[in-house]
Design a protein around this ligand. Structure first.
Ligand SMILES: O=c1ccn([C@@H]2O[C@H](COP(=O)(O)O)[C@@H](O)[C@H]2O)c(=O)[nH]1
Length: 251
């Protein structure tokens, strides 16, 4: 992903990314060496790397810098707290110059607006490109029964749409959603709204704990902006070969 193509001001549906550049690989490991090896092996064959709570908690910001270097970074820390705390965390996160950062949409309107403001201000202060600020809707590991268990009104698709509209109204650039909601989200929120999509499973890989899944090719066809793919690549005996296989399915 080029710096320019990742900006929130990029026109609708024109990220300029090829299908393989839309793949962000989830570096879900505590080990710096392992993360660095994956980046070294996969750089150039995918669009970027996603660092989540596991690597960040184990290795901190310096570890993220060491592992990812200058590659495009999706910092997936899914902030969910009171507005002041989320704003401060995002200002701190901006020192890593991520291309994509996120919060939970269920943090509510005041938190979402504080997040938008914090990212805007920090980008100006640091004189860097503003990253996409996106909101997690309903985790891809959840289904209708799980939503009911935590007292949220379903079905899942309705809750995703509700949270996505809230995020859009509060000025966020897009959402994290499952591939199953891409089509209704495009209809509801338009082509400009960024859809970052985990729950991606090639036909030859196991779903594991993911419940709302789709193949990479179908997710791209449906209109995903970015695909987040972890274990189908990182858990493969040969991660580079797995990435090539997925790229071949997208071609
Ligand atoms: O709803 C969500 C939000 C984030 N994730 C993250 O994406 C990757 C998926 O990894 P796989 O190994 O391909 O399942 C992982 O880092 C999650 O934290 C998600 O899966 N669902």
């Amino acid at each position: 992903m080029s710096q320019a193509s990742a900006t929130a001001s990029t026109p609708a549906g024109e990220t300029g990314l090829s299908p393989t550049e839309r793949i962000f690989v989830a570096l879900d490991t505590q080990e710096l060496e392992r993360a660095g090896q994956l980046v070294a092996t996969l750089r150039g064959s995918v669009g970027g790397f996603k660092v989540g709570k596991e690597l960040f908690t184990a290795q901190g910001p310096d570890g993220v810098r060491a592992a990812v270097g200058g590659e495009p970074l999706f910092l997936d820390l899914k902030f969910h707290d009171i507005p002041n705390t989320v704003a401060g965390a995002l200002r701190a996160a901006m020192h890593l110059r991520p291309r994509v950062v996120n919060v939970h949409a269920s943090g509510g309107p005041a938190m979402l607006k504080a997040a938008v403001e914090a990212v805007r201000e920090a980008s100006e202060d640091l004189e860097c490109e503003r990253p996409w600020l996106i909101a997690v809707t309903v985790l891809t590991s959840l289904d209708d029964a799980d939503l009911a268990a935590v007292g949220q009104e379903g079905p899942t698709e309705s809750q995703v749409l509700r949270l996505a509209r809230l995020a859009q109204d509060c000025g966020l650039d897009g959402v994290v959603c499952s591939p199953r909601e891409i089509v209704p989200l495009r209809a509801a929120c338009g082509a400009d709204f960024r859809l970052v999509v985990p729950g991606i499973r090639p036909a030859w890989s196991a779903s594991g704990d993911q419940k709302r899944v789709m193949t990479p090719a179908r997710a791209i066809e449906a209109g995903a902006d970015l695909l987040v793919i972890g274990r189908p690549i990182t858990g493969a005996e040969d991660p580079a070969a797995a990435a090539r296989r997925i790229a071949g399915e997208l071609a």
